[in-house]
Design a protein around this ligand. Structure first.
Ligand code: HC0
Length: 568
């Protein structure tokens, strides 16, 4: 520890701290834009200026190390004036579109300007005039709103190891772009949306599909059904003024009915179906000729990553479609038959914590029903906006239940939303199918938690199954390199593209921090703990689906509708 003085107060802080960390540690809020607690500090925005006795000028506290006896002042007239000037210079170049901006009231630049007490911008800056990059179904980049904080660059490189973005040019012309200034659709982008999730402004946002969904809801000729992903129910409240970690499943269902959806169903139902197929596929591969390890394929950012970076390993991906897509195809076939509707009249909407799901829904092979299986994908953030637009008093809504049968689900399907959850859900079913005996305990604690990579040996009958779980694409790369080099002896691997799994998805409410992910994850396991049915194969609606329609996992109908292939 070292002794330093901050605004006259003597404090002891770890000697490897930065001034910013020391100052925040005693409850002083210093504004920052480029700083992000999960990434390497960069010191590029210069807003976090403080005075350090003996230094030649004000210093950027996020990159300035503490040392013994240091005297720091955070609130002098010079410090406040300098911060104001830096923010005003940013505002001078920034589009004046706050009131109609997608990030209005949730923009860090807007908040910092307000916190710094800026009432007038004294500089007359030149505005930028770049065209938007909107040629993909998931993300829109507007460089005119970029403040060059570099967080997207660090999210993409440090967190995901994908390295799509970098700084280009100099001075006023500095931009953040993919190589050769390509659009994201031409770059090696996985569309995970982590860049959008850490962007302080609206320079990178999800593509907004709410207009199309409103139109469908108002079209009396259309039967509009909605599915909600597991991780949405534990994060949606954050966007509507409810504490993070709150489980808002029942209010979410009620809000979706008020928005006008004809049926409110649950992706958790089809997650249970995924387990039936993927579990059976694993047993086939384990007991016959592989290929092993089998790797889960439900996180579309992850699938895009393998296709782009490790096409030689595509045979390891499970061919089972993701729950979103299984749901989509079942709605336009099984459900349409049951309720005697022409699938042409059905609009299928999904609410996902994920931007890559928008890309997944548009893949050419996702038309097994004869129509586009999922018509529109909205992120959690887009649903927040629709609920606000409709004037729904979300926190006072009474809980409602999902519709049957595609709203009936198990706890196994719910935990898909957290890293390790798909593995645990699969192990619950695979164990019982292989041994023919009920599990004494359905909780597989050794695959839970937020550590980047987990390994476990699971004893199933006379077999020892070696499993691994990873989240974020940087961690995925470590496992894939092991497989490529013949150093991996795993049988089954779960990989999710986003930190914490879908709870930390690129479409979730902003901001997302490690604490918030922890709270969302705890909420997911709480949903499972409270579920009446906790194993996918015990879901009565899933049993009925197989008994009356699909017949058997990996059967002919399943093969045609519920499995897919990938592109090298
Ligand atoms: Fe997920 Fe999913 S768990 S990817 O994170 O498998 O997005 O929540 O909906 O499809 O169920 C996301 C979440 C899903 C799918 C499920 C899977």
């Amino acid at each position: 520890l070292v002794n330093i003085t901050i605004d006259g107060e003597q404090v002891k802080v770890p000697k490897e701290s930065t001034v910013l960390e020391a100052v925040r540690g005693i409850g002083i809020k210093i504004p920052t834009l480029c700083y992000h607690p999960e990434f390497r500090p960069e010191g590029s925005c210069r807003i976090c200026l403080v005075e350090v006795a003996g230094a030649r000028s004000l210093v950027a506290s996020c990159v300035y190390p503490v040392n013994e006896g240091m005297v720091v002042r955070t609130n002098t007239p010079e410090v406040r004036e300098a911060r104001k000037a830096v923010v005003e210079l940013l505002l001078a170049n920034h589009p004046e579109e706050c009131l109609s901006c997608q990030r209005n009231l949730n923009c860090e630049l807007q908040k910092i300007a307000a916190d710094c007490g800026i009432r007038k911008v004294r500089f007359d800056g030149e505005k930028k005039n770049y065209p938007a990059d909107a040629a993909n179904p998931a993300l829109v980049r507007d460089q005119n709103k970029c403040v060059l904080c570099g967080r997207c660059i660090r999210a993409c490189s440090e967190r995901q190891g994908v390295h799509v973005y970098s700084f280009a040019n100099r001075g006023f012309n500095t931009t953040v772009v993919p190589a050769f200034n390509a659009g994201l659709h031409e770059a090696a982008c996985t569309f995970c949306g982590q860049c959008a999730n850490v962007c302080p402004t609206a320079a990178i946002v999800e593509k907004d599909d709410t207009k199309e969904v409103w139109e469908a809801l108002h079209d009396p000729k259309k039967h509009v059904v909605v599915q909600t992903a597991p991780a949405v129910r534990v994060a949606l409240g954050e966007g509507l003024g409810i504490a993070s970690g709150s489980i808002v499943t029942g209010q979410m269902v009620a809000a979706l009915r008020r928005l006008g959806f004809d049926r409110v169903f649950d992706t958790v139902f089809s997650a249970d179906v995924t387990i039936m197929e993927e579990g059976s596929e694993f047993i086939e591969r384990l007991t016959k000729n592989g290929p092993l390890p089998m790797i889960t394929s439900c996180s579309p950012g992850w699938v895009n990553y393998v296709e782009l970076m490790y096409p030689d390993l595509l045979a390891h991906l499970s061919t089972t479609k993701s729950p979103q897509q299984i749901f989509g195809v079942l709605v336009k076939t099984y459900y349409a038959e049951r309720v005697k509707l022409d699938p042409q009249d059905i609009i299928s909407v999904s609410i996902m914590p994920c931007t890559a799901k928008k890309v997944e829904a548009g893949r050419e092979e996702m038309k097994a029903s004869g129509y586009q299986d999922v018509d529109y994908v909205l992120t959690t953030r887009e649903l927040v906006r629709m609920i606000k637009e409709a004037g729904i008093d979300f926190s006072n809504l009474k809980s409602e239940e999902f519709d049957a049968p595609l709203g009936i689900s198990s706890g196994a399907g719910v935990i898909f939303g957290a890293t390790g959850g798909v593995m645990e859900a699969a192990l619950r079913t695979v164990s019982e199918v292989l041994t023919g005996k009920p599990l004494e305990c359905v909780d597989f604690h050794n695959v839970r938690g937020l550590s980047g990579m987990k390994e476990a040996e699971v004893h199933i009958g006379d077999k020892t199954v070696k499993v691994a779980v990873a989240h974020t694409l940087a961690n995925a790369r470590i496992i894939l390199d092991k497989i490529r080099n013949g150093e991996a002896d795993y049988h089954f691997i779960e990989i999710m593209a986003c930190p914490g799994g879908c709870i930390g998805g690129g479409g979730q409410p902003i901001s997302t921090s490690p604490d918030i992910r922890e709270q969302r994850m705890a909420a997911i396991y709480e949903c499972d703990k409270c579920a009446v049915i906790r194993k996918a194969h015990e879901n009565p609606a899933v049993r009925e689906l197989y008994d009356t329609w699909l017949k058997t996992p990996l059967g002919e109908k399943s093969h045609h509708l519920l499995h897919t292939h990938y592109h090298a």
